[in-house]
Design a binder for this molecule. Structure first.
Ligand code: G
Ligand code: G
Ligand code: MN
Ligand code: NA
Length: 251
């Protein structure tokens, strides 16, 4: 309840909430194709709190549309200033899907920022698709019809992955970091990464290896055929140039 009140205050006052960005890199050219928007919160007493903790709180107390709207709007505005034309990828959670509210929120953020729809990507996890699946897919169809790309996040960790690929034409599959990191010394995990990369090629879908932390991880996922990579090896999530000085003072 306390966390809820503080989060509500942060949203009301536009205070302490930030969006960090982590590059997603083409494995062949090394160019940044996109940056994933990752929300960060500096709690007035507790300091930095992980989204793994406060996103579920936002979901439970009906604040997820406001939090999601804040991230969408910040990310679209920020991406509109990038001179390299990279896309911005925004995570949406279960509570934002299946209510018919996602497409209007996405449209509002695009119009307000002037960002081309093709430069926005929405990431959904398999788990987020489970509740009210038909309605969730309907929301995703509406945004994809606008020209926004849709990625399936944390692939391999949820349920019925292949059914989801049949139910919706995802533009990108993100292979969960746990497979990527284990692929270096576990042939079974390497085989899973390779199978997903092959599946992506056959479907004409980009495959991103997440959680690449070392040269050995990079070499392995290149060997197995992934098209893009993301992880601490390239960069940690970083604040925007505009937020950087303020973040420095909070740390
Ligand atoms: O960035 P980090 O590893 O701390 O994120 C932890 C979790 O929080 C990840 O599962 C990530 O997808 C999720 N997350 C980060 N930013 C957002 C966001 O803006 N919206 C939603 N729904 N989840 C986010
Ligand atoms: O669930 P999702 O894939 O959206 O979450 C991405 C999360 O992974 C973010 O919280 C981000 O901070 C984290 N992350 C990004 N790169 C790496 C990495 O190389 N290693 C680990 N362990 N986490 C990472
Ligand atoms: Mn993600
Ligand atoms: Na992920």
């Amino acid at each position: 309840v306390r966390l809820e009140a503080k989060l509500r205050g942060a949203l009301d006052g536009n205070d302490g909430l930030f969006v960090f960005y982590q590059p997603i890199v083409d494995i062949h050219t090394g160019k940044t194709t996109a940056r994933e928007a990752l929300v960060r919160w500096h709690h007035p007493q507790r300091g930095w709190i992980s989204p793994g903790e406060f996103v579920p709180v936002a979901e439970q107390c009906g604040l997820i549309d406001r939090l999601g709207g804040f991230v969408l709007q910040s990310a679209c505005r920020e991406a509109a200033t990038w001179r390299d034309g990279a896309r911005v990828a925004v995570n949406v959670s279960a509570g934002q899907l299946g209510k018919g509210t996602l497409a209007p929120a996405v449209l509002a953020a695009l119009v307000e920022s002037g960002l081309e729809p093709g430069r926005l990507e929405i990431e959904v996890t398999e788990t987020a698709l489970l509740t009210e699946e038909a309605d969730a897919i309907g929301d995703l169809r509406r945004i994809r019809d606008m020209g926004v790309r849709v990625a399936l996040d944390d692939f391999g960790t949820g349920y019925s992955s292949l059914a989801h690929l049949r139910a919706f034409p995802f533009d990108k599959i993100k292979i969960d970091g746990s497979f990527v990191r284990d692929a270096v010394d576990r042939p079974d995990c390497a085989a899973v990464v390779r199978a997903i990369a092959e599946l992506g090629k056959r479907l004409g879908v980009t495959t991103v290896a997440e959680g690449v932390e070392t040269q050995a991880h990079l070499d392995r996922v290149r060997e197995e055929g992934c098209s893009e990579v993301q992880g601490y090896f390239f960069s940690r999530p970083m604040p925007s140039e505009r937020d950087a000085p303020l973040i420095e003072r909070l740390n």
